[in-house]
Design a binder for this molecule. Structure first.
Ligand SMILES: [Zn+2]
Length: 139
């Protein structure tokens, strides 16, 4: 059975391929074809969210399952994955982040949410945290 990490890799690859297909076909495809691709991307994105949040508990505020996302950010010219788990319903301020899926899930389950600041502040805070870890690892 694939691990969540393997599923995430496969799904990200599949989503990127679909997006590339949409871009490539953009001028030639019918709107129905493009809609079908959009639907595929939506479906894959749902599966991706489910893989990212595997092991995450329902939101303590509203009981809904959280959503997960992953994106790449650049830290010192290096592309890093950055995971976020958050409530998609009423408690939008509840968001946990990590540089691995497991870290984000752990923070979410421990209710270690981001302070309710704007997104860029949150990113900067996390980058600082990673620098500290990176230094520790290489020394
Ligand atoms: Zn909630």
């Amino acid at each position: 059975m694939p691990t969540p990490e393997q599923k995430i890799d496969q799904l990200r690859f599949a989503i990127a391929a679909k997006r590339a297909e949409a871009q490539e076909k953009h001028d030639k495809a019918t709107s129905a074809e493009l809609r079908a691709i959009t639907e595929d991307v939506k479906d894959l994105s749902k599966q991706l969210s489910a893989a990212i949040t595997e092991g995450a508990e329902p939101c303590e505020g509203c009981g809904e399952l959280p959503l997960g996302m992953v994106q790449q950010i650049a830290v010192k010219n290096e592309a890093l994955d950055y995971f976020e788990i958050g409530c998609s319903k009423v408690c939008r301020h509840k968001r946990a982040q990590g540089f691995s899926r497991a870290q984000a899930v752990q923070k979410w389950n421990d209710a270690k949410y981001l302070p309710p600041t704007n997104r860029e502040d949150a990113l900067t805070n996390n980058v600082t945290e990673l620098d500290a870890q990176g230094t520790k690892l290489s020394s």
